[in-house]
Design a binder for this molecule. Sequence first.
Ligand SMILES: C[S@@+](CC[C@H](N)C(=O)[O-])C[C@H]1O[C@@H](n2cnc3c(N)ncnc32)[C@H](O)[C@@H]1O
Length: 192
Amino acid sequence: MQLEKGQFKTVKELEEYMAQFIEGSFGQEDMEVLKYEVEKLKPGQVYLEIGVAQGKSLTTAYHFSKPGVFTIGIDYLDPTLRGEFMNMTLGDIPHGNSIIGKGTDCIYIHADARTVSKLWNIPINLLFIDGGHDYESIKADTLEYMPHVVKGGTILLHDYDGQNADGVPKWIDEKFPHAEILHGKIARVRCE
Ligand SMILES: C[S@@+](CC[C@H](N)C(=O)[O-])C[C@H]1O[C@@H](n2cnc3c(N)ncnc32)[C@H](O)[C@@H]1O
């Protein structure tokens, strides 16, 4: 089944649906923040996510963004971990509960974010950083992709609570001392 954008009206509905297929620590409060931000994007604008894992946040961004908004995720994980949910293993045969497929606005870049950044030249309206959680990785993700965030764009950085690694809050406090911290977990930065 190809999932249709907008078929889930609430975060709870989408979360319950995704729970049948995929796991991830991206919770309902996180989803609410992302929903609020992606709903503001206009067709043609770009959401870039670093760190897709099984696809909870990318799926959230996809579903709650308008048709025509490009939702792009980068991860180097072996796609078999995502199975059919992201339609990674099945080539161009429409099958599984996929958000990536023929005619969708969703793009998965299966690569190291360090490599992709060397080629990246697309303006980003909303950047979500949830890749490597050590200090050097989150620093590199920020410094390599932030120059592409447009004026008026937004950066969200996950795991400010340091649950997965101390490097995340350390970097955020150092680079963005005035970031808004949402439910103790997501740092939000508006780019002027
Ligand atoms: C915490 S998980 C992401 C969770 C995801 N956002 C979700 O909603 O479930 C972090 C992911 O970042 C990926 N990652 C770490 N460093 C990376 C890099 N340099 N390039 C690409 N992916 C990377 C890992 O493979 C992992 O899947």
